[in-house]
Design a protein around this ligand. Structure first.
Ligand code: ADP
Length: 262
């Protein structure tokens, strides 16, 4: 089984067409940052960022934003992917982490954030981290020859939706399924030593088992390295960050393109 995570800035059609030979053997995981931001603007929901005391940024998912996240992922991104998969002749079924308790998460009821130079306690954030995966629904769909298309939100401990990072969700799914590969497709050739210079592309990168991830990767790429480490620690033998903008992104990734994390 291959778990492919498709980033928000990756053209979906090429990824979906490239999954044609992998029905029953691939799970597609997606987020959708740009679509969430667009829908939030349309709904008049302000997009805000939380900055932790250690400098890590994340989306402030207050109740209105949680609705925008759920609506954008299930109402825009997922239908687009399902349509592209259908056009490529790939039988696919869309799920969120709420379906069959697929993704279980723990929400942080209170967290520290830095705002205007002061540390404040934020209590209305509905995001958290994946604590478990119930892979039964995925196994059933794969066994029946489908490509499951999975996204946040996850199921919180009280059953309420919790926003989670899609890269880390993909890592948890890959670990729970005992997948052979995790491919994180994004709008970069892979990991770069210098994010602004594609000539600094790294073919492979060793991740420390704990502590900070290397190469001063920021934002989304930093989260991908954290996700990659989680997948490796969960026993996924091969994890890579690859370019999703090439004509056959999955084929290229499986053939060894991108950065292999180890
Ligand atoms: P996605 O939507 O694909 O999940 P993000 O946009 O959140 O991805 O994160 C990927 C982005 O991270 C890349 O497109 C790139 O602009 C940025 N980035 C930051 N640091 C690095 C780095 N060291 N190497 C490559 N990309 C980096």
């Amino acid at each position: 089984v291959v778990v492919v995570k498709c980033g928000g800035a990756v053209p979906a059609e090429a990824v979906c067409a490239d999954l044609a030979g992998l029905a029953g053997r691939a799970v597609l995981v997606h987020g959708g940052g740009p679509d969430i931001d667009r829908l939030a603007r349309e709904l008049g929901v302000p997009a805000r960022t939380l900055v932790s005391p250690s400098g890590v940024t994340s989306r402030h998912t207050d109740p209105a934003m949680l609705d925008a996240v759920t609506l954008a992922l299930t109402g825009r991104v997922k239908p687009r992917l399902l349509r592209a998969l259908a056009a490529a002749g790939v039988p696919a079924v869309g799920l969120t982490g709420l379906d069959g308790g697929l993704l279980l998460a723990r929400r942080k009821p209170a967290q520290r954030a830095v705002r205007d130079g002061r540390t404040v306690i934020v209590r209305d954030d509905h995001s958290g981290r994946v604590t478990g995966v119930r892979p039964e629904a995925l196994r059933a769909l794969l066994g029946a020859g489908f490509v499951p298309v999975v996204s946040p939100p996850a199921t919180g401990e009280d059953g309420a939706p919790v926003n989670v990072d899609a890269d880390r969700a993909a890592a948890a799914v890959a670990g729970a399924l005992g997948a052979d590969r995790l491919v994180l497709l994004t709008a970069a050739p892979g990991l770069l030593r210098d994010a602004r210079d594609e000539a600094t592309f790294l073919d492979r990168c060793a991740l420390p088992h704990e502590g900070p991830v290397p190469h001063a990767a920021t934002g989304g790429m930093h989260r991908k390295l954290v996700a990659a480490r989680e997948a490796l620690l969960a026993g996924v033998p091969r994890v890579s960050v690859c370019d999703g903008r090439v004509p056959r992104p999955v084929t290229a990734a499986l053939a060894g393109a991108g950065t292999t994390l180890e």
